[in-house]
Write a protein that binds this ligand. Structure first.
Ligand SMILES: [Zn+2]
Length: 153
C-alpha cells in the first residue's frame, strides 16, 4: 500500500494512512481502499500549510489532490471525505479570508462542498468538470486548475 504520512507543522509524523493501489475488490482482501490506524482521530492532512499560507488556502477532498496542489505551489489542506469534516477543522481555517474548496465532481463531493460552505463564510467552491483535482491536472496540467479557480472567483 501507499503510505501517506500526516505531518505536523514541524514535520513530525502525526499518523499514517494507507491507500491500496491494487485494482481489486478491497473488501474481499480484508481492507478498504483507504486504511486508517485503528482508533486514530480523523485529522486534516497537510496542516503545515495552515502555518505557511498567506490570506488564502485550498481545501481538497483527499490527500493525493492536496499533493497535486502543493506541487504547483498552492498551500492546501485535505480532508478525506465529507464524514471527516469536523467543527475543529472549521476553526483551523477560520483565519483565512478565502478557502478554495476543491471537492470531487460527484454526490459525495457536493455534500462536502455544502458542509464546508455552510460552516465557513470564506469558503468558495471550485467547480471541476473533467474529474477530481488529480484527473483535471493530468488532463489539462496546471492551467486547467488555474482556469477552474479563475472561473470560481
Ligand atoms: Zn486492496
Amino acid at each position: 500500500m501507499l503510505a501517506i504520512p500526516y505531518l505536523g507543522p514541524q514535520g513530525q509524523p502525526l499518523t499514517i494512512r494507507f491507500r491500496c493501489l491494487q485494482k481489486h475488490q478491497h473488501r474481499e482482501y480484508g481492507h478498504g481502499k483507504y486504511n486508517t490506524v485503528a482508533g486514530d482521530p480523523p485529522r486534516m492532512y497537510g496542516v503545515d500549510s495552515i502555518h505557511a499560507a498567506g490570506d488564502e488556502i485550498h481545501l481538497t477532498e483527499g490527500e493525493l489532490d492536496r499533493i497535486v496542489l502543493r506541487k504547483i505551489g498552492w498551500h492546501s489542506v485535505a480532508v478525506p471525505g465529507v464524514e471527516m469534516w469536523f467543527a475543529r477543522h472549521r476553526r483551523m481555517l477560520a483565519g483565512f479570508s478565502r478557502v478554495w474548496v476543491w471537492s470531487d465532481p460527484d454526490e459525495a463531493g457536493s455534500k462536502l462542498t455544502t458542509k464546508v460552505c455552510r460552516s465557513l463564510r470564506s469558503a468558495k467552491p471550485v467547480r471541476l468538470q473533467r474529474g477530481d483535482v488529480t484527473e483535471t491536472y493530468i488532463a489539462g496540467s496546471e492551467q486547467a486548475l488555474i482556469d477552474a479557480m479563475e472561473a470560481a472567483a
